[in-house]
Design a binder for this molecule. Structure first.
Ligand code: M6R
Length: 604
């Protein structure tokens, strides 16, 4: 939303571009000039909307815009936001789900309302209108009543043409307001208005922001009492929001990883004393040290980072770790004092937030490993670690994964050191960590080989990824990356499991990418490769330089620098990210906007 004295369209389009990670099935906007609305909507990516507005002559300094990830109703123009109420008085944009929308819709239909889209949002705006009319309320009070009757988290902005008032409200979602003199911006992510406004404040849970043209915005609590906003400075590097010299965000972010490792270690590892410190965990460190087990909750790529943490913690600290898909987490198993660690790039993934809230309700000590500073997760947990990956724009998570992995490895090393479960080991690993960024740069050096390989496999429709020990989560991550951006069916499997069923899938048309670098399971993995080869399979092996055993079994190899087994995931994932990237690229897919996905999934 923009309200000010300048043209509303440029900041609205910039904001939409920066919010595309939340969904890009369709986009729409409304511009108000002399109180009259002009609507523009287009299915598909933002570019389609840009085409539509490029010849707009509307000279407006007040507007709202939205980019959608379809939940209720397909990605059509009719379902794109903004939606209007029956009388045309109310205009809404909305994030979240009205879970009881069907019941409300029935009620509205019985009262004579007609619907033009399949969305819960159109139901919501008409529900507010019905309350406004029936109870003779103004917009703010009608929204307040509606909120107490709808089920589900939401963040919305509703504009009333008759009252010339915009009400922005947040219940369980996220909304931020930017204030720059007479200009006001509202968005679900503060980066949407970075560069336009230096200051911002959060519209907290159950808070309202009232915006009128030419007036200062007013922040209210749920009882409609005026609050003083806590203004903060918007500290974001605009370069993080652009692709720079890269064709897309994913490739840029893959290449940022060595630098992200440097940032992730700065101030946390003292390479002279081999000490690790995390200020954010101090408060709970004693309880963490006493814990005899740990539960991790996360989704997608963050879940894979959680699995890596399980291997590290079990190996280094000797405590059992359970890693749960956040959406499958059973809070009933949690007792007061248990440690539950959530991992999330965005810090807003609804499944992970709900799992952490449930754990907290059981009395657990909650920890977070999170990238977005001050996000929902960061504020919910008792203590945590920021992963310092910078803004990640690509829907396919890359640098956020390695940043999470690094933070979790340091966490395990510190715990092991403090609990004295390892000896003399820190020294070797910490010395290698110092050269990790350089080793990652070397791993990125295999880009050309991988591009050629991906081109050769352009017709492939299925692919297996195998790894054992620390390499198993990496295999899962490699498969997820390939699936999500190139739409190739891929599975990640523990290498040792291949002989227990998946071997039946093996033929020439099923390439198997095996992580076979030096380490504890090198020879066992070599046997698995041998089995696949003997059954007529095609193996592409990730090996270290000068490997002359596995290279005797397969000629299709990707060479990665040699590191200690324990650090290998941070290196080995890079060629798999590049493989997914070039597989998608050679198939002509839009890597930054994979179909049907959104970067940040704020619905359960
Ligand atoms: O923001 P989060 O880390 O909580 O997101 C979790 C998943 O939605 C996310 O990792 C997703 O799997 C990525 N698209 C994977 O590349």
């Amino acid at each position: 939303m923009y309200n000010g004295k300048k043209l509303a369209l440029p900041p609205l389009l910039t904001g939409l571009e920066r919010l595309e990670y939340r969904g890009y099935d369709s986009a729409g906007l409304v511009l108000l000039e002399d109180g009259l609305p002009a609507f523009y909507k287009a299915p598909g990516q933002l570019q389609n909307l840009r085409e539509k507005v490029k010849n707009s002559y509307v000279c407006s300094s007040f507007g709202m815009a939205h980019t959608r990830w379809a939940t209720h109703g397909g990605a059509t123009e009719a379902n794109a936001h903004p939606h209007v109420s029956q009388s045309q008085d109310l205009i809404i944009v909305h994030n979240g789900i009205v879970e009881n929308y069907l019941v409300i819709k029935k009620k509205l239909e019985n009262s004579g309302f007609t619907f033009y889209s399949e969305t819960d949002t159109e139901v919501l705006v008409n529900f507010i209108e019905l309350i406004k009319i029936d109870k003779k309320l103004d917009l703010t009070s009608a929204v307040q009543v509606a909120l107490s009757e709808i089920v589900g988290a939401c963040a919305m902005m509703v504009y009333s043409q008759s009252e010339k008032l915009l009400v922005a409200v947040n219940r369980g979602g996220q909304l931020f307001a930017g204030v720059n003199g007479s200009e006001c911006f509202v968005a679900s992510d503060k980066n949407a208005f970075a560069g336009y406004s230096k200051n911002f404040f959060e519209i907290g849970n159950n808070q309202f922001l009232l915006v009128r043209s030419g007036k200062e915005p007013k922040l209210l609590n749920f009882n409609l009492e005026v609050l003083k906003p806590e203004i903060e400075e918007l500290d974001v590097d605009i370069n993080q929001l652009t692709k720079g010299d890269y064709p897309n965000f994913m490739l840029k972010e893959i290449h940022e990883q060595p630098e992200i490792m440097r940032q992730g270690m700065t101030g946390r590892i003292n390479f002279k004393t081999q000490e690790i410190c995390f200020g954010g965990l101090d408060e709970c460190w004693e309880q963490i040290k006493q814990a005899s087990s740990l539960v991790i909750v996360a989704c997608g790529t963050s879940f894979h980072a959680g699995l890596l943490a399980k291997y590290w913690l079990e190996k280094l600290v000797n405590i059992p770790v359970k890693v749960e898909y956040a959406s499958e987490f059973q809070a009933a198993t949690i007792k007061a004092g248990d440690i539950v660690l959530g991992i999330s790039q965005s810090g807003t993934t609804a499944d992970t937030i709900v799992a952490l809230e449930a754990a907290k309700d059981q009395g657990a000590i909650t920890l977070g490993v999170c990238n977005v500073v001050n996000s929902k997760m960061a504020r919910l947990v008792n203590a945590g670690i920021y992963t310092r990956a910078g803004v990640e724009n690509g829907v396919a998570s890359t640098k956020a994964f390695t940043a999470q992995a690094l933070a979790l490895l340091l966490f395990a090393l510190k715990l092991a050191n403090d609990k004295k479960t390892i000896s003399n080991f820190n020294l070797r690993i910490i010395n290698q960590l110092e050269s990790l960024p350089n080793l990652m740069e070397q791993a990125l050096g295999s880009e050309k080989v991988i591009r050629t390989l991906a081109r050769k496999l352009k017709q492939t429709t299925n692919c297996l990824f195998l790894g054992r020990g620390y390499s198993f989560p990496v295999a899962l991550e490699g498969a997820l990356k390939l699936k999500e951006i190139s739409y190739v069916h891929a599975e990640g499997l523990p290498a040792g499991e291949s002989k227990h069923g998946p071997l039946a899938l093996i033929d020439e048309a099923m390439p198997v990418i095996v992580i076979a670098t030096q380490g504890e399971f090198y020879y066992k993995t070599m046997n698995n490769i041998s089995e696949i080869k003997h059954h007529g399979g095609r193996v592409i092996a990730l090996v270290n330089k000068n490997d002359n055993e596995i290279t005797g079994l397969t000629k299709e190899i990707i060479v990665v620098p040699l590191v200690d087994d324990i650090l290998s995931p941070l290196i080995n994932v890079i060629p798999l990210q590049l493989f997914a990237y070039y597989s998608a690229f050679s198939r002509g897919k839009d890597v930054d906007h994979p179909r049907n996905l959104a970067k940040s999934v704020t619905t359960e």
